[in-house]
Design a protein around this ligand. Structure first.
Ligand code: 8YV
Length: 328
């Protein structure tokens, strides 16, 4: 008798090679036109599937999970961050949650560096001038930005992505500082020549550039609150390729508006895809549409991880990227 393949429900379009492989291995339900799932479609998915493969755009909360069918045993998130999933509720219902760590670190770090250069060096203004045919020629005081070489970079969250950023920033001549829940191993500090700050407030007040690389959890929601943002130097820059919710976006927009910080490079926002109108108007920002990990290589690696997690789980083993509430 042929073995029954698990029903795997994928909420968004994935790279073709991944979808093809998934179709070979599983009874796969795909979202061919890549529309955002409605709540009703998600309910239908959790009722019928053995495995759900959501992304950052799907809210898998306890209300949705309470409608899950008996068969739903695995949520294999296509993404690193699991703030879209109520992991506690899932675990309490005996549903395992996995993610795709590691494979997006280098791409995200590259884009973080791009933003770290783009804002102080006014890259998007330069592009605009050229596109508008407005360039009247070189002059010694034209388009002056600020140097990043020799500047102090304060990294919030020195995990895989934070470390990949630190390595790059060090090569650009920046001094590495960091705040983390736990101090990292001494060999990592030594390699990065990184200075640990137990007090986030104290670090914020002394950095030239701040870059956020912690996950969004209840504990990091508005970690950069209005009060903390005010601690930043007037000539400081802030870069966020992690999650919009870590910064009080309204407070940041006010600060930029008032010229109380020098600029911001943002790839993520509190209410995606909505962006605070003040940020959209500001000429002190470079904004990107949540694309830091968006490389075809990275998406294929993520898809491979999702497949390995499902396969391992279905074969009765512990999937390699299991997320436990204690990890968050
Ligand atoms: C992904 C991300 O593109 O993996 C993450 O946590 O933020 C992104 O870079 C997205 O989550 C895919 O679901």
């Amino acid at each position: 008798m042929p073995i029954k393949k698990p029903i795997v429900f994928v909420t968004r379009k994935l790279p073709d090679t991944i979808e093809t492989r998934m179709r070979e291995l599983f009874e796969t339900r795909l979202n061919e036109d890549d529309r955002n799932m409605t709540q009703a479609e998600l309910v239908e998915a959790v009722k019928t599937a053995d495995v759900l493969v959501p992304t950052v755009t799907d809210r898998i909360d306890s209300a949705l999970l309470s409608q899950a069918g008996e068969n739903l045993k695995l949520i294999a998130n296509f993404g690193n961050g699991v703030d879209n999933i109520d992991v506690d509720s899932a675990n309490n219902r005996g549903i395992t949650v996995t993610n795709t760590p590691g494979v997006l670190a280098e791409d995200t770090a590259d884009m973080t560096m791009a933003l770290m250069l783009a804002v102080p060096r006014r890259i998007s203004e330069g592009i605009q001038v050229m596109k508008n045919g407005e360039w009247a020629g070189w002059s010694p005081t034209y388009m002056l930005g600020h140097r990043i070489f020799g500047k102090r970079l304060g990294i919030i969250g020195l995990g895989r992505i934070g470390q990949a950023v630190a390595r790059r920033a060090k090569a650009f001549g920046m001094q590495i500082h960091y705040h983390n829940r736990r101090r990292v191993a001494s060999h990592i500090e030594e390699e990065l020549e990184a200075t640990y700050w137990e007090s986030l407030d104290q670090m914020l007040a002394r950095m030239d550039v701040i870059s956020i690389h912690c996950p969004h959890t209840p504990g990091t929601f508005h970690l950069l609150s209005a009060r903390r943002l005010k601690l930043l130097r007037r000539d400081a820059y802030i870069v966020n390729t992690a999650r919009g919710e870590v910064i009080d976006e309204n407070a940041l927009a006010r600060l930029l508006d008032a010229g109380d910080i020098a600029g911001a490079g943002l790839d993520v926002f509190e209410q995606e895809p909505a962006v605070n109108p003040k940020l959209l108007k500001s000429n002190r920002v470079v904004l990107l549409p949540h694309m830091s990990s968006a490389t075809i290589e990275g998406r294929i690696d993520m898809g491979e991880k999702v497949i390995i997690n499902i396969k391992t789980f279905m074969d009765g083993h512990r999937p390699p990227d299991r997320v436990l509430p204690s990890m968050l």
